[in-house]
Ligand binder design. Structure first.
Ligand code: NAG
Ligand code: NAG
Ligand code: NAG
Ligand code: NAG
Length: 502
């Protein structure tokens, strides 16, 4: 072991980790784990284990398959599910996103570095080097909650590294709060912790010691977990006087690079308080993915969205029409896997926090995410919107359905546009299906800022007190009256200009 330590001092961290994993892999071949070692945690030997990282749950040892995947990952740093999302994009789309997102770049790109800027998106060269001359001052705080997320972490970090390469590594802070996973989440996070630091990104990974049992109310616990991911945000303000301009809050989803960039772009373009994606889950009876997070999502009339095929998700007819055309939609509330937040209401009075309902004051027991939306409205940050173009999955199965590869119709069946014109990428019939190829071309209306309206007087609330064992809302739904402050135009005024300077 001493020899291995000496070796580790002379070689780069990621290589050292790779060697460590490889040795572990070989050792496991010759010395199969016995039950007596089964409670040991799996640690790389030069990252000090913090006492608070001990979990009450015994951590299972990695399976040979998991070890192999970690090794593959370290040697290639490639993702598993989202690998194809930016490969072979149609040339016109590639052009569009380079133009659209260049205003987000935290680096000035030398003209000879154009290829690197390109490859940051398309992954041809993972070591794309940026040339810093006038670094952007816009600072991003990524808050991520994970629980048993072994399967999605490599994809998530692959997207994160690329997004940060575009926004500027120096502009990105990543805060991960992991609430006591029992799979290999912690081990994977430690590897990515090292890799993240090696590119100069700042990262904090914390693990909870409190379990849900310590809380009376399940929403109180979930709110606590989300607040915990924000702790570095407040610490940096207190200790360094450092303020962030945009927060990106992520659940355990599988995003593409352009998904995250589009949410950030729309959030800044619209000076939005909260900007969400649309998330999908497989519906066995319908036999297709359907819109998922309807416990939180409410249209601008306050009506719940439906777990339904795309044409029946919104009841509000104007919203429904925009949704069906993949255009951004104003909503009363949403979360949906990734939410981009304006940090201002966290920094300034009323100093928002995620919270459970004030049940004693008669507030309906909604999700902590619905309540934060209500609180944004009340604080005058009611510019809340959803971006249907950005479709998110939580697993590989749904991911594959909602990101079908684009087929070359000319090659397949000699498809020629009506009237005999050659193939026009704007009229490709594949883009008419809801789960069409990821590289659907942008239309002009997707760049037009929304005209935000005051909030609804009442919002449909389906409470969850968690008194019984019901794994879902357990209180009769009601139309809950909203505060007077959220139903006036002052609630959607721009208070904090985070715009792109287009
Ligand atoms: C962590 O949070 C998830 C929900 O996000 C929950 O299902 C799980 O039980 C929590 N873990 C612990 C150890 O309480
Ligand atoms: C709009 O909201 C009201 C309650 O404020 C409700 O009665 C009505 O059904 C909603 N309309 C639609 C189309 O959802
Ligand atoms: C599609 O196939 C045709 C015929 O094989 C070819 O000429 C064309 O370049 C292809 N288009 C793309 C985008 O690959
Ligand atoms: C809200 O407005 C209604 C009618 O405009 C009024 O009756 C009510 O007292 C107001 N509530 C608060 C808390 O100001």
């Amino acid at each position: 072991m001493a020899g291995k330590g000496a070796l580790a001092r002379r070689i780069p961290t990621s290589l050292a980790l790779a060697i460590g994993v490889f040795i572990g892999l070989i050792v496991s071949r010759f010395f199969p784990w016995t039950s007596s070692t089964a409670t040991h945690t799996w640690r790389s030997n030069h990252i000090a284990a913090k006492p608070h990282q001990h979990s009450r749950h015994p951590i299972q040892l990695p399976t040979p398959d998991q070890r192999l995947r970690v090794l593959e990952l370290l040697t290639s740093l490639s993702q598993r599910y989202t690998r194809e999302c930016m490969r072979n994009t149609q040339p016109f789309y590639a052009q569009q996103i380079l133009e659209r997102y260049s205003s987000l770049a935290g680096h000035r790109w030398r003209s000879s570095a154009q290829n690197s800027w390109w490859s940051t998106f398309f992954g041809d060269d993972e070591r794309a080097q940026a040339v810093l001359s006038t670094p952007s001052e816009h600072k991003y705080f990524f808050a991520i909650n994970l629980y048993n997320s072994f399967d999605v972490i490599p994809d998530m970090f692959a997207a994160l590294f690329r997004v940060a390469a575009i926004l500027g590594y120096h502009n990105v802070y990543v805060s991960i709060y992991e609430n006591g996973s029992t799979d290999q989440t912690k081990a994977l996070l430690r590897i990515f912790d090292a890799l993240t630091r090696s590119v100069g990104m700042r990262i904090t990974i914390r693990t909870s010691t409190r379990t849900r049992g310590a809380f009376n109310h399940r929403i109180e616990y979930l709110a606590e977990v989300r607040n915990a991911a924000f702790v570095p945000l407040h610490e940096l303000r207190d200790s360094e006087n450092e303020y962030f301009d945009t927060i990106v809050f992520m659940n355990d989803v599988l995003p593409c690079v352009d998904d995250i960039l589009e949410l950030i772009w729309q959030s800044r373009r619209n000076n939005a308080g909260i900007t969400c994606a649309a998330d999908y889950m497989y519906h066995d009876e319908i036999g297709s993915p359907v819109f998922y997070d309807n416990w939180v999502a409410r249209d601008i009339n306050g009506t719940a969205l439906e777990n339904a095929p795309f044409e029946r998700v919104f009841h509000h007819s104007e919203s429904s029409q925009r949704w069906q055309r993949h255009l951004p939609v104003q909503v009363q509330s949403c979360w949906n896997g990734i939410a981009v937040l304006d940090p201002e209401p966290f920094y300034t009075p009323p100093h928002l926090r995620f919270r459970m309902a004030k049940i004693m004051e008669g507030e309906c027991s909604a999700s902590e995410c619905s309540l934060i939306c209500n609180d944004y409205w009340e604080a005058g940050y009611g510019r809340i919107m959803m971006v249907p173009r950005v479709k998110l999955a939580y697993d590989g199965r749904v991911y594959d359905i909602i990101h079908p590869p684009r087929r070359n119709l000319t090659a397949i069946r000699g498809y020629v546009r009506l009237g005999g014109l050659p193939d026009d990428p704007r009229t490709d019939p594949q883009d008419r299906s809801w789960f069409g190829p990821h590289d659907r071309l942008f239309i002009e209306e997707e760049s037009v800022p929304l005209d935000f309206k005051p909030g609804p007087k009442e919002v449909w609330c389906w409470g969850w007190d968690g008194a019984g064992d019901l794994d879902g809302p357990d209180v009769d739904p009601i139309w809950e009256p909203m505060s007077n402050r959220s139903i006036v135009s002052n609630a959607v005024r721009i208070r904090h200009d985070r715009s792109l300077g287009l």
